[in-house]
Design a protein around this ligand. Structure first.
Ligand SMILES: Nc1nc2c(c(=O)[nH]1)N[C@H]1C(S)=C(S)[C@@H](COP(=O)(O)O)O[C@H]1N2
Ligand SMILES: [Mo]
Length: 220
């Protein structure tokens, strides 16, 4: 029956469209000129440095779980199989680390945050997320940044499973923010009604971390 169908302009659809538009505006990767591609104060590297707090948890795909909690209509725990059943996406993007290295053209595969959000269905009150990783690391993002169309929950890099040192089995990549926002060994995502500080954000780093605005430190 037609009445049972999801109305095309439901509140949820409108909110999602708004996020996508905002994200596109904020990211601007494709519309940015080549000269503006490298943010101020950054230099290019060809290798891929490894940076973390020194604990590199070993989590197999069978042990791995993603707990989704807080202000979502479908709070749940994904195991590997349920997570891999979500739509798969491939994306290419640049990395900008606040320690001043940048790395161009990384090819990722995984679940876009857009498709992930469709599955878990955040409530209208949700404005931010707190990510918690298997090494105890935390980082916060505004929901509008997390929902950016080029943000992806990565399981593969350059056609290979994401390695342990780079955050496998699953890490986030949000290319329009400094790389500390891109949590490795992702374990939990909590949806919040206000933006709260994660690990680096409580230790002198910026709440948002936008590289082209050089939002490096909390005073910036
Ligand atoms: N779980 C977790 N994620 C993390 C970190 C961490 O210490 N633990 N470090 C962050 C920082 S500061 C950076 S620059 C990137 C580094 O990712 P890479 O080692 O794959 O280059 O991971 C980010 N995500
Ligand atoms: Mo970093």
């Amino acid at each position: 029956m037609a009445d049972d169908l999801q109305p095309p302009d439901s509140k949820l659809t409108i909110t999602k469209r708004k996020w996508a538009e905002q994200g596109k505006f904020l990211t601007g990767h494709t519309s940015r000129s080549e000269a503006e591609r490298l943010p101020p104060g950054q230099h290019l590297v060809k290798n891929w440095p490894i940076l973390d707090l020194g604990q590199q948890p070993q989590v197999t795909t069978s042990q791995w779980r993603l707990d989704v909690r807080g202000l979502v209509n479908h709070a749940q725990t994904f195991d590997w199989k349920a997570f891999q059943a979500l739509p798969q996406s491939e994306m290419r993007s640049d990395i900008h680390c606040v320690t001043t290295w940048s790395r161009y053209d990384n090819n990722w595969k995984g679940i876009s945050t857009h498709d992930f959000l469709n599955a878990v269905d955040p409530r209208d009150e949700a404005v931010a997320v707190m990510l918690t990783s298997y090494d105890g690391y935390t980082t916060n993002l505004l929901l509008s940044d997390f929902a950016s169309p080029d943000a992806i929950l990565v399981t593969e890099w350059e056609g290979q499973p994401l390695t342990r040192e780079h955050g496998g089995p699953v890490r986030l990549v949000v290319p329009h923010l400094y790389f500390w926002k891109s949590a490795k060994w992702l374990h939990r995502i909590e949806f919040l009604d206000r933006d709260r500080a994660g690990f680096w954000e409580s230790n002198g780093y910026h709440m948002r971390g936008e590289p082209w605005a050089e939002e490096r430190y909390s005073g910036d």
